[in-house]
Design a protein around this ligand. Structure first.
Ligand code: GAL
Length: 825
């Protein structure tokens, strides 16, 4: 054979092998892709058949995630009720056509939905794939047997039925509101949620990491494979295992197990949440045919009967907040930047814990909690067998609870941020034998899949009402087996409210540690204040009585002075948690306001008053009380604003830290120095109002720590815009949250301005949400105009896939307009 011929053959075979390798590698790297673009949507509540929907003309082009309810008008008579946010549900259809290349015809194709609200049904090319009632859980279908490969298109159709209302006590949103993924897999692969990584033995010097993976063989033949595990820390390879040879019989699955040791591990801490990645490669005939990556953390924790929550050997209070899943003006449709912004605002306040009230969260929330350092209480259910609203999950309980709970645990058990599982919130059966029985069943399901985390439940105590008094008796069923609390199902006794009983916990439950799963339920409208500020209002007066009080405009004072009868003022609950080591922490109801449940009011209110931060993401004043207690940053926050009637008696509060006194000056004249005494968390002055400048100076040992000023504003004159990010990624998903401040001519915030703000946008961006934090506003969150609340308003801008400059302008009759430029790259 001639030499040059041999040379050419060698080069060609080299290229061929290189190409094959590349192809294999790309096959593995496109294993899971977002499948959210170019869908079509059609809403119709009355048609009877799928065909009728498919033949309709009114299909609208959309991208997912998508929540159709947030586009509806607020309606007092909405079937979801005011509790559900006065936004209706109905029936929606989604479809998408897509093409699969012939070269992928040997691969398996699966579709994964992270959550569809609710009662989803899915068809591929006319074949029915299944139904999933639960609106919060992720699920997957195998498309492979029904697909066309090559030039012929495939069509996937999804029906979401949220028409039976009410089915939720809060705003649920409707439709495919979470991400969808297309997966292309080798017939031998690790299935969805198929790994479990634990760290059973941790010291400063080394950590033992236990990795379990299910490996499936969907070939009709037995197969020989090799498996290799590589561990990464910050994208740097730190451990590579020898390959392990395995055989898998046809159409079966095996459990692969490997222990690896990581030297000098970087522990996952709330302040420095170090993450590792385990990469599992499946190799067949020297080709890599599957790669599955699992992010994990190394941390050690316990809930101690005396010392409370201990993370990596150090006691730490859980300073948590409860969060519903909606993203305010964006509705329920998930967006990573929107979740990240919420978490940034909470982190800045000193929050270190999130409770996913009262359902499985978006997977992206947990990824962010892993990366940003939050202690998550991951909750499964708000209802078991007994309904709280007419059409809720209780009707699906018998058939679905086991699968829904198991899927939640399998999905979330590798997240280092998840520290406890909640099997339910204020379950109606909780104080009965039935509750004990179901609790034990659920706890066993959890333990069968993950025994590394405690099981808890948010339990509200039995309440006794007599003519004279209302008493709360959390203890009465303690340690008795005829209740969830006494059944042994719970590793942590979870208190919803009942702060009066927390200090008796060790007497009532001597063997089970404490967590306050839900507390406070204080009520506030951002920027609205009432005097005197030191009287407490209980709104409603009793939970079982219709509320007839309150203010005609449905405002609530933002001094920490209004609470629900079952809850407490913010300061009250925190003081108890703070001074008792054995109280491991709490989750305040709520971090952010949410759509729905506008306690204590009914219509025209349509969203909550509980948030420490309002629906637009603007902190209410009590945010700074927590910040002064929970962070080391110097805080000196004054409230209220400084626009009152001449001579009116006003109260001034200061939240402060890192100082031993605060002196207040009005127009240069001292109003005296004050210091927090004993357990106090704020100081207060009372005197007649005069316009001008109110200045506070905090001092430690005579040295100035911080100064804060607020000034009387004259009439509203200008708009100021500030974007939380000026630079966006041109990926069609990124967001900039632009705050509108209405100020007087000198730039002082006009604290009572409620001007109508009209927005315009130019360039490669879209307005995707507007809000002000006013629970009574009925303008659409999806409009381009919104009335400000107490000087503030928000517009949310989303990038497109085009780069360029985005100009966002805000105009209002009688005010100087303003625009700001964002850059999308
Ligand atoms: C709790 C309940 C929450 C919310 C809250 C309002 O009892 O668990 O979902 O309704 O009350 O205060």
């Amino acid at each position: 054979m001639n030499k040059s011929y041999i040379g050419i053959v060698a080069i060609l075979s080299f290229i061929l092998i290189a190409c094959q390798k590349k192809e294999e590698a790309s096959k593995v790297s496109d294993r899971k892709q977002l499948f959210t673009e170019n869908w079509k949507f059609y809403k119709n509540d009355t048609i009877k058949s799928l065909n009728e929907a498919l033949n309709a003309n009114a299909w609208q082009a959309i991208d997912l995630p998508h929540d159709w309810s947030v586009y509806q008008e607020f309606d007092e008579n909405s079937s979801a009720g005011i509790g559900g946010g006065a936004l209706s549900g109905g029936v929606g259809y989604y479809k998408k056509s897509f093409n699969i290349p012939v070269e992928d015809s040997t691969r398996l194709h699966k579709i994964q939905f992270d959550g569809v609200y609710q009662n989803s049904e899915v068809w591929i090319n006319g074949s029915y794939l299944g139904k999933r009632p639960n609106g919060y859980i992720g699920f997957e279908y195998d498309l492979t047997p029904y697909l066309n490969f090559g030039s012929k298109d495939n069509t996937i159709v999804v029906k979401a039925d949220n028409s039976d209302q009410p089915n939720s006590r809060w705003y649920s949103g409707s439709g495919i509101y979470r991400n969808v993924w297309l997966k292309k897999l080798s017939k031998i692969h690790i299935p969805n949620w198929g790994t479990f990584i634990t760290t059973p033995n941790i010291s400063e010097k080394k950590a033992l990491v236990n990795i379990t993976a299910e490996i499936k063989n969907e070939f009709a033949k037995d197969k020989e494979i090799e498996v290799q595990v590589t561990i990464f820390q910050d994208d740097q390879e730190i451990v590579k295992s020898e390959t392990s040879a395995l055989s898998i019989t046809a159409n079966s699955a095996i459990n692969f197990n490997k222990e690896v040791t990581i030297l000098n591990p970087k522990l996952w801490l709330v302040d420095s949440p170090s993450l590792y990645k385990a990469q599992i490669d499946i190799i067949q005939n020297k080709n890599r045919i599957d790669r599955f990556e699992t992010s994990f953390g190394i941390r050690d924790f316990e809930f101690d009967l005396e010392k409370g929550f201990i993370l990596n050997g150090k006691s730490q209070k859980i300073r948590g907040v409860c969060m519903h899943h909606d993203l305010g003006p964006l509705g329920a449709a998930i967006n990573i930047r929107a979740i990240e912004r919420q978490l940034e605002i909470l982190k800045e306040m000193g929050v270190n814990g999130i409770r996913t009230a009262h359902n499985p969260p978006a997977p992206e929330l947990l990824d962010l909690c892993d990366q940003m350092g939050f202690i998550v209480m991951d909750e499964a259910f708000d209802i078991w067998t007994t309904a709280k609203t007419k059409h809720d999950y209780s009707q699906y309980w018998d058939k679905w609870h086991e699968q829904d709970l198991s899927d939640l645990i399998k999905r979330d058990r590798n997240h280092p941020s998840v520290f406890m599982w909640s099997i339910g919130n204020e379950i109606q059966e909780q104080w009965s034998n039935k509750g004990a029985k179901i609790g034990v069943e659920l706890s066993n399901i959890v333990k069968g899949l993950d025994s590394t985390r405690p099981v808890t439940a948010g339990m509200n105590p039995p309440v006794h009402v007599s003519d004279k008094e209302v008493t709360i008796q959390f203890e009465e069923t303690a340690d008795k087996p005829n209740s969830l609390a006494g059944s042994g199902a719970l590793d942590l006794i979870g208190y919803n409210y009942a702060h009066q009983t927390w200090e008796k916990h060790q007497l009532n439950f001597p063997n089970t540690p404490f967590i306050a799963t839900e507390t406070t339920s204080g009520l506030q409208t951002r920027g609205y204040y009432e005097f005197p500020s030191d009287t407490t209002k209980i709104w409603p007066v009793r939970w079982d009585k219709v509320f007839t009080g309150g203010n005609p405009d449905q405002t609530i004072s933002a001094f920490d002075q209004v609470r629900t009868p079952w809850g407490s003022l913010h300061e009250t609950s925190w003081k108890i948690i703070k001074k008792n080591d054995f109280l491991s922490g709490f989750f305040i109801w709520t971090g952010f306001d949410y759509i729905g449940e506008p306690t204590p009011y009914e219509w025209p209110s349509r969203s909550s008053y509980f948030g420490i931060v309002d629906l637009a993401g603007f902190p209410k004043d009590v945010y700074y009380m927590y910040k002064s207690e929970w962070t080391d940053e110097d805080v000196l926050h004054l409230l209220p604003h400084w626009n009152w009637e001449q001579g009116q008696t006003v109260d001034v509060w200061a939240y402060y830290n890192n100082a031993d006194e605060v002196e207040l000056f009005l127009n240069g004249e001292s109003k005296g120095s004050k210091s927090k005494k004993g357990e106090e968390l704020h100081v207060m002055w009372r005197f007649p109002f005069q316009p001008g400048t109110l200045k506070a100076v905090s001092r430690k040992n005579g040295r100035v720590v911080k100064e804060t000023e607020i000034k009387t504003a004259s009439k509203p004159a200008k708009i100021e815009l500030s974007a939380d990010r000026k630079e966006l990624q041109a990926n069609g998903l990124d967001l900039s949250f632009v705050t509108v401040n209405i100020t007087d001519a000198k730039g002082i915030l006009a604290p009572r301005a409620n001007n109508q703000i009209d927005f315009e946008i130019e360039g490669p961006g879209k307005i995707v949400g507007v809000a002000s934090g006013d629970p009574t506003n009925h303008e659409s969150f999806k409009g381009k105009s919104h009335r400000a609340l107490n000087g503030k308003c928000l517009v949310i801008v989303q990038s497109t896939k085009q780069t360029g400059e985005i100009i966002i302008s805000a105009n209002s009759t009688g005010l100087e307009s303003k625009s700001t430029v964002l850059t999308s790259n």
